[in-house]
Design a protein around this ligand. Structure first.
Ligand SMILES: Cc1cc2nc3c(=O)[nH]c(=O)nc-3n(C[C@H](O)[C@H](O)[C@H](O)COP(=O)(O)OP(=O)(O)OC[C@H]3O[C@@H](n4cnc5c(N)ncnc54)[C@H](O)[C@@H]3O)c2cc1C
Length: 222
């Protein structure tokens, strides 16, 4: 059972994030939203505070705090700016914790360590134009080509999609299982923005805060 009583360490973290938001984010949100401006230096400041890898073990470049700490950081960011909370949850929760839980040691050294230190931004590419809650509907696929994998697909609603350095890209790797709607035919690849064939773009929406946050399509064709 999780002990939900906050420790002194939790309370200190809460205060740190609250002060960071009040000083470094709140005064500028209106201007950033109006200009649909992405301010990368905010993430550098969050990295200086250890927030970009708050619950990732220290051996992988993180701050080594617990999952309640992740919750506290999300709560404080959300109270100030939903975009920052979404970005944080996706970078730490969806991407980094997945690599930490299921990545190989080599992948952890190459991707998780710079992510936890905030040197690289990471996101999670699952949703597609025709696949949201029901991920079985995804069309992206990967095929073996000798020692390589050729990835094909299009994702949308990817937080940080236009600025992230690393992506988790979910796609079918077994056509038979896709036909039988069997989830076990879905695999996940780590994709770097700089890999050949990758492109991303932002769609304009009615709301500038959400534009700053998410609606990005990225294509990966090789
Ligand atoms: C701010 C934001 C950030 C996001 N960031 C990311 C990201 O980083 N990476 C990523 O991969 N995706 C991201 N998404 C996409 C998000 O995960 C999807 O929007 C979500 O999975 C829902 O999919 P959908 O929008 O296609 O809605 P749908 O799946 O079409 O659902 C629409 C409605 O139908 C209901 N519904 C769906 N299936 C059923 C069913 N079987 N029975 C009954 N009701 C059902 C749902 O509850 C919902 O009310 C983001 C979305 C937002 C809004």
């Amino acid at each position: 059972m999780i002990e939900l009583q906050l420790t002194e360490e939790h309370i200190a973290l809460q205060r740190t994030v609250r002060e960071f938001c009040a000083g470094e984010v709140a005064p500028y949100i209106k201007e950033w939203d109006e200009k649909s401006h992405f301010e990368r230096s905010v993430f550098e400041k969050m990295a200086d505070l250890g927030l970009m890898g708050v619950c990732i073990p220290e051996q992988y470049g993180g701050a080594g705090f617990d999952y309640i700490s992740l919750g506290i950081v999300c709560e404080e960011l959300e109270a100030c700016d939903t975009f920052l909370r979404v970005a944080m949850s996706v970078h730490v929760g969806l991407n980094s914790l997945s690599v930490f839980s299921w990545g190989t040691e080599e992948q952890k050294q190459k991707y998780l360590v710079p992510q936890a230190k905030g040197e690289k931004l990471a996101t999670f590419g699952l949703t597609e134009p025709n696949a949201g809650s029901d991920v079985i509907g995804m069309k992206s696929y990967a095929k073996r080509d000798g020692d390589d994998w050729i990835l094909n697909g299009e994702k949308m609603w990817i937080s940080l999609g236009d600025v992230a350095d690393h992506f988790l890209f979910f796609c079918w790797t077994d056509a038979e299982k896709q036909k039988n709607r069997d989830h076990s035919g879905i695999s996940c690849f780590i994709v770097e923005r700089t890999m050949a064939g990758f492109s991303s773009g932002t769609r304009s929406t009615a709301n500038s805060a959400s534009r700053r946050a998410t609606p990005v399509i990225f294509h990966y064709r090789m």
